[in-house]
Structures are given as C-alpha cells and as structure tokens.
Design a binder for this molecule. Structure first.
Ligand SMILES: [Zn+2]
Length: 205
C-alpha cells in the first residue's frame, strides 16, 4: 500500500516509530534498524507492507520503497512540504480510519508544487482542507468580538476571521478576504501576504 510519512520518532538505538497516512487509515508502525533499509524521512511518499505480530502491539513496517517527487531535490520545496505535512500528525491524533480526502489532497499538492510556489500551493490546498472540515468562515463574524466584520479584515490561526483591531494583526482588504473565504482563491494575495498566511498555517492546521 502507499502512504505519506507524517511523523517519525526515534526509539531505542536507531529503531523508529513511523506514522503513515494512507487513503483510508493513519498507521503507526515500528521499523527496526537495519543497514539494508531504504532511507525514510518526513513527507516521503512510500510503498510499504505491514507485518502484524501477536507479540507486539504495533505492526512492523517492511518492504519500503520511496516514491519520489519531481521536486525532491529542491530544498525549499521539500522544506515547506515537510513543515506542512508534519502538522497532520497532531491534527489527526488518535484518528485511525480516515476519508481519502487527505491522501488525495496531498497527491494533488505534490503535483501542483511542480510548477507553483510551494507556500502558495500549500496555503491554497489548506483552504480546501478547512472547507472540507467545515472550518472556513464565510460569514465574516469576528472570532473575538463576535460582531460582523465590515472593515479591518484580518485572520488568525486556522484562518479564522477577526477584526485587525481585535486581534492586532495584519489588515487585508475586503476583496481579498472574500476571494479567500468564498472562492478559496489566493490569486489576489501578493508574495508578502502569502508569507504571512504561511506563518499562520504553521501554528497548526
Ligand atoms: Zn472583532
């Protein structure tokens, strides 16, 4: 089966606990250290098998083959990708069965990042994730004062809308915010604004 590595934890010597997001499950598995193993890292897409053993509580990861991306040697793209995909681990904590939306979103994003600026592509796909989880707020109600936002548009963690005067955060014009919340489109946002959204995204999904 195939999946994306969303977390790796080192345990005893060089053994690893690896968390993998597939089309239908989030698996936590154990990889014993061995020189013959292929190199694995956060964000890699892999083909793998799991071996269950009655003696251990978590399955063993084996037969790993890395499925490369076109941009795998582009350090900026890989860095952004890894920072984004790491956020899925706390976000999907305690989740086992999942909808294929997440896997498909990552597949689509890998493809879009061939041509697009990585932060822009990631922020755009994050809007789709928020929409899918019913967490986009096209009603423009300020999270802090609970009144309607008609000017001083801003946003905080999870792109929740606020008045810039309530959250002391960067102000965006109305047209841009409408494009973001209503059309899930960031085309009007310049690179500096994308950088700002990127830093909000890094606070957590
Ligand atoms: Zn407010």
């Amino acid at each position: 089966m195939q999946g994306y590595i969303i977390d790796i934890k080192k345990v005893r010597d060089d053994d690893l606990i690896v968390t993998i997001l597939t089309e239908s499950q989030v698996y936590t598995c154990y990889r014993f250290y061995g020189a013959r193993h292929s190199n694995i890292n956060i964000g890699y897409k892999i083909d793998f098998e799991l071996e269950t053993n009655i003696k251990s509580t978590i399955p063993r990861l084996k037969d790993v083959i890395q499925l490369s991306f076109q941009w795998i040697f582009d350090t900026e793209k890989l860095y952004c990708w890894q920072r984004f995909i790491k956020l899925f681990h706390p976000h999907l904590k305690d989740v086992e069965a999942i909808d294929d939306f997440y896997f498909n979103l990552l597949d689509k994003l890998v493809h879009e990042m061939i041509k697009q600026n990585p932060k822009r592509a990631i922020c755009n796909n994050y809007l789709e994730l928020l929409d899918y989880e019913g967490r986009l707020h096209p009603d423009f109600e300020c999270f802090l004062c609970e009144s309607k936002i008609t000017k001083n548009f801003s946003l905080v963690r999870s792109f929740v809308p606020t008045h810039s005067t309530c959250s002391y955060s960067r102000k965006f014009d109305k047209k841009k915010m409408e494009e973001l919340y209503l059309n899930k489109n960031l085309i009007l946002f310049n690179d500096s604004e994308i950088e700002y959204l990127w830093n909000i995204l890094l606070q957590g999904l």
